[in-house]
Design a protein around this ligand. Structure first.
Ligand code: NAD
Length: 339
């Protein structure tokens, strides 16, 4: 299969009602594809798709572990983008289910997709497969030593996708996004992420809680850029059989991030407090996305300051009190017992 165009293409996106998935679905629909989203809404939301659901986009509320339902949805599909998964904090209190969804279900989907002759399988992995950076910036050759069951189960999914390419000559692509942020990101429950949690807390006049000493670094990418990289991975002939980082290429400490959020929310007095470190926390991530640039023509367009401004405006547009939104936040969303 060569380079694809999307006009009229039939695409399936697992996890498409989630944070990154909904942005990807929007970009696919805008490019003229007809998109089926499969999502069991455990963390995704119907409202994430409300502006695009209709003729070109339909939502099937189904668990990806339901093999016979997936068989029906995959029939005649040109490209599957596989994003559905359970996250890093879920893996701390429920490692077995995390593995079932992230690893075992990926293997099942690969098998089904190959049998049904789905043209291409884009596996959305994560920078968490690396563990803490040993050398930077991190290329795709960096050792994969994940700290958590989440990182391990996502790496297993990668290995299966690569095996299908090597063993069966089935067209798979693996992308490894680094931390994404932006509109529709999670502040709530065990999916809650640092940027939305910090921002809502600063907006609500509550302290931003740093777990550990705040010297951990991340490479944050705006969700529109992350989704565009994933989108491109489904189109490029050169991407087939490849593993490709998707990151901004800039690292920032969590403490400096909190400072930036003070500025963006215009709240110089917002307090930063420290709490116990998160188990399994990765200490350093910093992407080298040269391969994404060379193979996909990917370059991030939104820098961190602009992206934080966009997110702040988006929260403003919701017309909901940040304190009300924070009612669903769980401060320690990585406890062993899930509390
Ligand atoms: N958010 C990030 O910073 C980030 C960074 C790197 C990689 N990723 C990867 O990107 C993908 C999307 O992440 P996200 O941040 O949008 O997370 P998300 O939780 O918003 O999206 C995942 C979606 O999968 C759905 N889902 C979970 N289990 C399911 C099941 N059994 N059947 C059907 N649907 C199921 C959820 O309801 C959710 O909508 C994931 O594969 C993740 O590993 C995310």
């Amino acid at each position: 299969m060569g380079d694809l165009t999307l006009k009229g293409a039939k695409i399936l996106v697992t996890g498409g009602a989630g944070f990154i998935g909904s942005e990807l679905v929007c970009q696919l629909a805008t490019a003229g594809a007809s998109v089926t989203v499969v999502d069991n809404l455990v963390n995704g939301k119907r409202e994430n798709l409300k502006e695009i659901i209709g003729n070109q986009v339909n939502l099937e509320v189904t668990d990806i572990r339901d093999f016979s339902a997936m068989e029906k949805f995959l029939d005649g599909v040109d490209v599957i983008y596989h994003l559905a998964c359970l996250g890093v904090r879920h893996s701390i209190h429920n490692p077995k289910e995390n593995h079932e969804v992230n690893a075992s279900a990926t293997l099942q989907l690969l098998e089904l997709s190959r049998n049904l002759k789905v043209g291409r399988f884009v596996y959305v992995s994560t920078s968490e497969v690396y563990g803490t950076a040993r050398n930077t910036p991190m290329t795709e050759q960096h050792p994969t030593m994940p700290h958590t069951v989440y990182g391990g189960s996502k790496l297993a999914g990668e290995c299966y996708a690569r095996a299908f390419f090597d063993t069966y000559e089935y067209d798979t692509v693996i992308v490894r996004p680094f931390n994404a942020y932006g509109p529709r990101s999670h502040h709530e429950g065990d999916s809650g992420e640092v940027i939305p949690k910090f921002m809502l807390r600063a907006m609500a006049g509550q302290p931003m809680v740093v777990f550990g000493n705040g010297k951990q670094t991340r490479d944050f990418t705006f969700v529109g850029d992350t989704a565009r990289g994933i989108f491109l991975a489904g189109l490029s002939e050169k991407a087939l059989g490849q593993t490709i980082n998707l990151g901004q290429g800039k690292e920032i400490t969590i403490h400096d991030l909190a400072d930036k959020i003070r500025d963006v929310t215009d709240n110089a007095d917002a307090e930063i407090i420290f709490d116990e470190p998160r188990p399994g926390d990765v200490l350093r991530l910093f992407a080298d996305s040269t391969k994404a640039r060379d193979l996909l023509g990917f370059t991030p367009e939104v820098n961190l300051e602009e992206g934080l401004e966009k997110l702040c405006k988006w929260y403003g547009s919701l017309e909901q009190d940040p304190k009300t939104l924070l009612e669903k936040e769980v401060r320690h969303n990585w406890r062993m017992n899930g509390s």
